[in-house]
Design a protein around this ligand. Sequence first.
Ligand code: HEM
Ligand code: HEM
Length: 349
Amino acid sequence: MATLVTTITETLRYRGKIGQYSWAFHRLSGLGIVLFLILHVIDTSWAAFYPELYGKAIQEYQSPLFTIGEFFLVAAVVYHAMNGLRIIFFDYRPHLWHLQQKAAVGVFAASAIILLPTFIIMLGHTIDFWDRPAEEREVASLMDIIGTQSQFLLGFIVIIGVALAASFVMSLINGDEREARVVPKRPSQVDAWLWSFMRWSGVLIVPLVFGHLAMIHLIGSVFDINHAGAEVVGTTAINESGRAAEFVGRRWDHLVAGVAVWRIYDGLLLALVVIHGFNGLRYVVNDYAHNKIVNRAFNWAIVFGGAALIILGMAALIAGVDETAYRIASDLSNAASATVQNTTSPFGG
Ligand code: HEM
Ligand code: HEM
């Protein structure tokens, strides 16, 4: 804890070296994306297992609060990706280290260049959404958002509490001292493998996550996910029912030469970002939590939490979205519009 306070105060106090700011932004952006990812994989799994709840989650994504969060999220992904590529480049080209500072400035400039048109397009989608007739917009209220997000917070607290209790019991069994510190040891084979995994996974994640965000924020938009009649991005299908689950179902069922391309794409993205992000989380925890019981508890929570997230995400991808979840809604809305047409047509049918 004391180390964390020192890091924050020294980062704010220490002015002059851009490397310090790059390091802090890289860490903050990585942590922000991981936090979003945990919520995102859980709520995407609802498209398969609890479609009604998924619809509500998307209504939260369309609220002004989440819209602001999405701009920050996109900025975090772009900066983290650019800076990650800089780290990887200099790790493998150490003789160019004297160019580090210029490269760090270049990363900020490149991020701004990418983000400016991106934000303009995202803003355009947001304005189009708020221009729609009110009955075509279903946005979650602030109270709904606080209600669901506090359940996630409670979940985090319970997981950390259980991990701390288990680690404490383990220390009693092992006979560890209560104040025992983590003793630094030489990096193992696994640590070395994870170090290079962070690098090659980073390179693979760049096209995958940029492609995902381009589909959801540039070509299409978050506001299309539950828009009846809107084209489902990356497919030739239309979201007929306007259910958010139909959007996901249509994407996952889209076949190219008999292959469910978006399922494979999402599966790859899921495995890479969860392992990369959770291992990054481990680095951060190991920097600040030196007490043995606390350190072990967080490491357990990270390993089991990451594994559970991958299993949940993969289970949703394999199960897919049950068509009845949106077929009934689609049939009902078609029947309703047919009745309206029948009763309002001047030709009587
Ligand atoms: C607000 C921003 C985002 C929105 C609205 C969004 C939306 C979606 C949607 C609709 C799906 C369902 C499947 C599909 O259409 O392919 C999905 C799946 C997925 N997204 Fe995102 N996404 C966002 C950002 C991200 C980011 C930043 C990441 C990576 C860090 C990410 C990782 C994933 C993964 C791994 C899946 C598959 C989940 C599973 O298997 O259950 N998404 N996303
Ligand atoms: C977009 C492509 C990405 C690239 C090129 C990239 C690259 C990197 C690199 C090179 C590191 C440093 C690893 C080390 O210190 O050994 C790192 C750390 C990290 N990454 Fe990424 N990453 C990417 C995406 C992501 C995503 C999507 C997440 C979240 C799910 C994430 C979360 C983290 C975290 C939490 C750390 C640890 C930060 C720290 O130790 O201060 N990264 N990343």
